[in-house]
Structures are given as structure tokens and as C-alpha cells.
Design a binder for this molecule. Structure first.
Ligand code: IMP
Ligand code: MG
Length: 190
């Protein structure tokens, strides 16, 4: 498929595939957190589309909050440094906290946030990501719930951006220019 400003791209996950998996995750979270009023923490900006769909599949009471960090700037390679831009507005102590993130690449962002939140004494702290790349920089940073394992390519859509753009795409595409150079497994095309 060809997209304005991106040229030829491959659809990695269709809107239907994403919706089916998000519903499964929501059903599972409904069971696992029943009666605990968990706090789902989304990481701005990329995580908001996933969170907003996910909570509509969760049938048990919960609350949401937001954190903002930056590590990429306008590039497609992680800078390796994570910076907190915006903090939570909720009290974390004693709460069952679930970090909800769009994608884990090197794992540095989630490790930083997990360590940061752990210091505030949550009753439990788990991580749910929609996408996981096969990167092993931070082996200890395996998320508790993963929507899809994807190859090592740069993706946009469904909240994820390239220099601030393409978050609105209802599906997820892999950018051919980076997909070919970073190795990884096979990609599905549609
Ligand atoms: P990490 O710290 O290397 O794991 O990077 C995680 C963050 O980088 C995610 O929260 C995303 O915001 C961003 N990111 C990583 N890979 C991609 C990608 O392929 N497309 C868009 N954003 C990405
Ligand atoms: Mg993110």
C-alpha cells in the first residue's frame, strides 16, 4: 500500500486483527483485576489509542492516568536516554498499577518507568504492551502481557508516530526503509 509522505508500506496488523487482540486482552484484564479497581497508566503520546480501545473492553471498575516521557525525539532510533515530561495525577501507593504502552523496543522506557513507579509503593505493578520487538537490550524487561510480537522494524499507526505524524492510522504499518536494514523475522503483508 502507498501512503502520502511514506511511499510504499506494508500493513503489519490490520484494524480487525488489532481489535480482536485488544478485546482478548481486555477480557483477561477484567478477570485478573476484578474487585481491585486498578490504575491503568498510559504513556503519552503513543499509548493513548491502545488504552482507549483497551478500557472499552474492560468490564470491571478501574481508573486511568497518564505519564509522558521522551526518548526518541524525531528519529527512528532510540536515543537511549529517557526523560519524564509529565507526571501522574493519581496516588500510586497501595494501588494495583498496570503500565499500558504501545511498543517495547530496547525496553529502556519501560524499565525507567517501572523503576520510577516501583519507588512509590504500588500494591502491584505490571506491564501490558501492544507490540514487542525482538530486542534484548534489557532482558529483564519482559512485559507481563503482550499483544503481538513483531519483527525489528519501525512501525507507525494506531498511536505510533514518525516525527509526530501517522498516529491516526487505524492499522499498523512497517516502514520499508528501516524494515529491510534492521534484520528481524518475517513480516506479514496485507
Ligand atoms: P524503548 O525505550 O527502546 O523500548 O522504546 C520505546 C518507545 O519508543 C515506545 O514507547 C515508542 O514510543 C517508541 N518506539 C519504539 N519503537 C517504535 C516504532 O517502531 N514506532 C514508533 N515508536 C516506537
Ligand atoms: Mg511510547
Amino acid at each position: 500500500m502507498t501512503l502520502a509522505g511514506l511511499g510504499e508500506v506494508s500493513v503489519l496488523l490490520s484494524a480487525e486483527e488489532i481489535a480482536d487482540r485488544v478485546r482478548e486482552l481486555g477480557a483477561r484484564l477484567s478477570l485478573e483485576y476484578e474487585g481491585r479497581n486498578p490504575l491503568f497508566v498510559s504513556i503519552l503520546k503513543g499509548g493513548i489509542v491502545f488504552l482507549s480501545d483497551l478500557i472499552r473492553s474492560v468490564t470491571t471498575p478501574h481508573e486511568i492516568d497518564f505519564l509522558s516521557v521522551t526518548s526518541y525525539g524525531a528519529r527512528t532510533q532510540s536515543s537511549g536516554r529517557v526523560r519524564l515530561l509529565h507526571d501522574l495525577s493519581s496516588e500510586v501507593r497501595g494501588r494495583d498499577v498496570l503500565l499500558v504502552e504501545d511498543i517495547v523496543d530496547t525496553g529502556r522506557t519501560l524499565r525507567y518507568l517501572r523503576d520510577y513507579l516501583a519507588l512509590r509503593g504500588p500494591a502491584s505493578l505490571r506491564v501490558c504492551v501492544l507490540l514487542k520487538k525482538p530486542t534484548e537490550d534489557v532482558p529483564a524487561m519482559e512485559p507481563d502481557l503482550i499483544g503481538f510480537q513483531i519483527p525489528n522494524c519501525y512501525v507507525v499507526g494506531y498511536g505510533m508516530d514518525l516525527a509526530g505524524q501517522y498516529r491516526n492510522l487505524p492499522f499498523i504499518v512497517a516502514l520499508d526503509e528501516t524494515a529491510g536494514t534492521t534484520g528481524g523475522g518475517s513480516r506479514t503483508s496485507a
